[in-house]
Structures are given as structure tokens and as C-alpha cells.
Ligand binder design. Structure first.
Ligand code: HAM
Length: 419
């Protein structure tokens, strides 16, 4: 027995998964987004350059692929996220229609420690707007996500956490201010990990789980107080838009997101009921990424990704409140003996050509056991074909919901089932 790889999942019933994806897609299309697909494998350099070499995703969590025939130059990996690949596709396909509003759904791969809501292969719907600088775009984008979660999925147990990182220059300046503050702490006050992060990726210190460190960070200078006037104005404007659009949010000065490419607006939708892996959607602005990945000029952009597995954890308990399409009625044809098998297969063809979901029990068994099997399969109607029915050109139709049986002429069967 070979088991599934650690941190991966089998989806034996995809009803809720497909429901969630189709609702997300419908919602995004109504905001004028179109779907694209990019490969699962990319050059590792793409992520080093975009996510940053000191982030955990690149440093520790990459699934690196070494093809048997590799020429030693190319180093490939399974994509850990889709923003960098979408930006690559934007540049490589010389897209000129701006803003480019696209979404893409598919699996991502991160070699993280598996736990509830955290997998090594998981799904995201990534949504990007490339080529739009207006802060009103941020407001529209965040509102779109909030409406999706609140109105379409009827979720009410989440918060929207927002922070504003300013421009890359603001962020750089703030880094110095924060470093001065941390350097002033007494030796040993910060945990070892925070000591390391202080010198490599300073805003990551806020992610520390250590209570003593968190106590120190309560008094840390906030990025919001270190913004340029222009950035301050944008932050005020964003808040005003969200208020006017009736989007509730919580200002979270420690929200930094784990990836390097962000500036200005960053946000996360999180739910306490998910436990420690509480964020089920996260994103923000990344105004320089297009240029960093080789685009001819800077291209202000923003986006987010919805973690599908975490969304499903939230939807499962309220499944009854969602309008998930019922599975279509199932028609099972039972030929009593091998002499009726061809007739059964032809009749099944006819039913399917009229969009009726149909299956034929082809393995020889007694009528009784075939009926039992049809029942187990969840048949709505069982169509029985014996020698008599074959001679009469009829079929015995049993309605499995109310138990009634009726002989129907074979040429009228579709009409009978559709009425
Ligand atoms: P991210 O925050 O790394 O952002 O991932 C987005 C969401 O994917 C998370 O909020 C979470 O729900 C889900 N997720 C992440 N890692 C895992 C995991 N190991 N297992 C299960 N779910 C997970 C990004 O990936 C950015 N590309 C988002 C973005 C798009 N920013 C701008 N555009």
C-alpha cells in the first residue's frame, strides 16, 4: 500500500469544491475578470526575484524539480503561488489592454509543516489587476472580495485586516525606524528567530508567536506614522472609500504579508474558526513587480488569492444554507439477461442524448441483486428490460421515490421521464 504524499488530500466528493469555484468565477466575471491558465512548473528564478530570497516560501518551502535529463542550467520548481507566474505571462505575452483583469484557479505547492488548513498541495484562486494605480481600484477590489464572502457565501465569522505599507521608499525608511527601536531593546529580550529576522526581513518579526516579543511590538513604531504625505492621503482615501461602500475592516499595523513584493495596501480575510491558519484570502498592491520581472516599465498592480481549502472549511458547517445544485436524477437500466443488453445500451444512448443521466448495470446478476445495486447507486428511476418488455417494445419504469411501476412504450420513455 502506497499512501498519499504527506500534506496532500484526496477529494472524494468534489460537490462543495466545485460549488465554491463556480460561485467565485461567476462573481469575478461580473466584475469583468477573465480566466487564464499558467503552467504548474516555472523557473525557480521567477520566485527568487519576486517573493524575495529571504522569505520562507523561497528559502524553505520550494518543491524543486530536477528533471532526469536536465542540462544543469534550468532549475525548475512547482509554483508556490500564482502572482509571479501571472506577471510573467503578462510580460511574455505583451499584453497591452490595461488594466489586465484576470483570475486563475489551480494547485500551488509549498513544503510547509502540514496541519489543519495548511497543506503542501493546496488550491488558490488568484485574482490580479495589472496596470491600475488608483486607490479606488483597491477599494473596489477589496469590496468585491468582501461581497463574495459575505453575500454569496453567507459568511459572517471573519474579519478583514488591512494595513498600508506606503511606497517602497516609505517601507525602506520605516525599516530603519523599526530597527532602531528593536536595537534599543535589552539584550536577549527578543527571541532568536526575531533576532535573525531583525537583520534579514525585519517586518516578519510581527509574525512571531512568542508572547514576550509580542508585548514589545505593542509599543513598536507603526508604519502608518512613517508614511510620506502622498501615501498618508491615499491611506485616508482608502478608508473613506471602504466606509462609504459599507465594508467593515480592522486596521492591523502588524500585517506585513509574507511575500516581498507588496507596497501600499495589504489585507487579509481571516476567521477565528480556522484556528492558527486563520487567513483564507490575502493580497495587496505590488506596483514594482512587473518591472522587477523584466517588464519595460513600472506597472501599478494589485491582487489577492483565495485559499480554497480554508474557504471550504468555513463553508462545510453552513452547507445547508448554500444553494448547491441538487445532483441530476439518475436513471438506471437493468437488462434481465444478456439478450437485452444491446437494447439497454441503445436505450441509454437515447436517454443521454436528451441530457438524462443514465447508467446500465451490465454485470450479470439476479434481478433482485441488480435492483439492490440500483438502489445503492441512488437511482431515481429504474428501467427494467426483460424478455416480455423486449417483445412488447416496452420498458418497465420504476419510480424509486414513490415506488410506482408502469409499462411505457420504448419510444415514449424520454417523454415519460421528462414530464
Ligand atoms: P498567500 O497569503 O501566500 O498569498 O496565500 C493566499 C492564501 O492561500 C492564504 O490566505 C491561504 O488561505 C492560502 N494558503 C497559503 N498557503 C497555504 C497552505 N500551505 N495550505 C493551504 N492554504 C494555503 C499569495 O499566495 C499571493 N500570491 C496573493 C496575491 C495575489 N497577492 C497579490 N496577488
Amino acid at each position: 500500500m502506497i499512501n498519499r504524499v504527506k500534506g496532500t488530500q484526496d477529494f472524494i466528493d468534489v460537490t462543495l469544491f466545485n460549488y465554491a469555484i463556480s460561485k467565485i468565477e461567476k462573481h469575478l466575471r461580473s466584475y469583468h475578470f477573465t480566466e487564464i491558465k499558467t503552467p504548474l512548473i516555472e523557473n525557480i528564478e521567477l520566485f527568487k526575484r519576486s517573493l524575495g530570497t529571504v522569505t520562507d516560501v523561497v528559502n524553505k518551502e520550494m518543491f524543486i524539480i530536477k528533471p532526469a535529463q536536465a542540462d544543469g542550467i534550468e532549475t525548475l520548481c512547482l509554483r508556490p503561488e500564482a502572482t509571479a507566474p501571472i506577471v510573467r505571462a503578462f510580460i511574455e505575452n505583451t499584453i497591452t489592454r490595461l488594466p489586465w483583469k484576470v483570475f486563475s484557479t489551480g494547485p500551488m505547492f509549498r513544503y510547509e509543516r502540514p496541519q489543519k488548513g495548511r497543506y503542501r498541495q493546496f488550491h488558490q484562486t488568484t485574482i490580479e489587476v495589472i496596470g491600475s494605480a488608483s486607490i479606488a481600484q483597491d477599494a473596489q477590489f477589496i469590496t468585491m472580495l468582501d461581497r463574495l464572502f459575505h453575500e454569496t457565501f453567507k459568511l459572517d465569522n471573519y474579519t478583514l485586516n488591512i494595513n498600508f505599507l506606503g511606497t517602497y521608499e516609505d517601507r525602506k525608511k520605516y525599516t530603519t525606524v523599526l530597527k532602531t527601536f528593536l536595537d534599543k531593546q535589552i539584550t536577549g529580550a527578543l527571541c532568536k528567530l526575531c533576532q535573525l529576522r531583525k537583520d534579514s526581513n525585519i517586518m516578519r518579526v510581527f509574525d512571531c508567536k512568542n508572547a514576550d516579543c509580542q508585548k514589545i511590538y505593542q509599543d513598536a513604531p507603526q508604519i502608518i506614522d512613517n508614511l510620506s504625505n502622498e501615501s498618508k492621503k491615499e491611506w485616508e482615501q482608502l478608508k473613506e472609500y471602504l466606509d462609504l461602500l459599507s465594508v467593515s475592516y480592522s486596521y492591523t499595523p502588524t500585517l506585513e504579508r509574507r511575500l516581498d513584493y507588496y507596497n501600499k495596501t495589504v489585507f487579509e480575510f481571516a476567521s477565528q474558526s480556522l484556528g492558527s491558519q486563520s487567513a483564507f484570502c490575502g493580497g495587496g498592491r505590488y506596483d514594482q513587480l512587473v518591472h522587477m520581472l523584466g517588464g519595460p516599465k513600472e506597472m501599478p498592480s494589485l491582487g489577492a488569492a483565495i485559499g480554497i481549502e480554508r474557504l471550504l472549511l468555513l463553508l462545510e458547517p453552513i452547507r445547508d444554507r448554500l444553494t448547491i445544485d441538487q445532483e441530476s436524477a439518475l436513471h438506471i437500466i437493468i437488462p434481465f439477461s444478456k439478450d437485452q443488453k444491446v437494447l439497454a445500451l441503445l436505450l441509454a444512448d437515447e436517454l443521454r442524448s436528451h441530457d438524462l443521466c443514465t447508467d446500465v448495470i451490465v454485470d450479470n446478476a439476479s434481478v433482485k441483486s441488480m435492483m439492490r445495486k440500483a438502489n445503492k447507486m441512488g437511482a431515481t428511476y429504474v428501467l427494467m428490460l426483460g424478455e416480455d418488455e423486449q417483445k412488447m417494445g416496452k420498458v418497465l419504469v420504476k419510480n424509486m421515490t414513490n415506488g410506482t411501476e408502469e409499462h411505457v412504450a420504448q419510444i415514449d420513455v424520454v417523454k415519460h421521464l421528462k414530464k
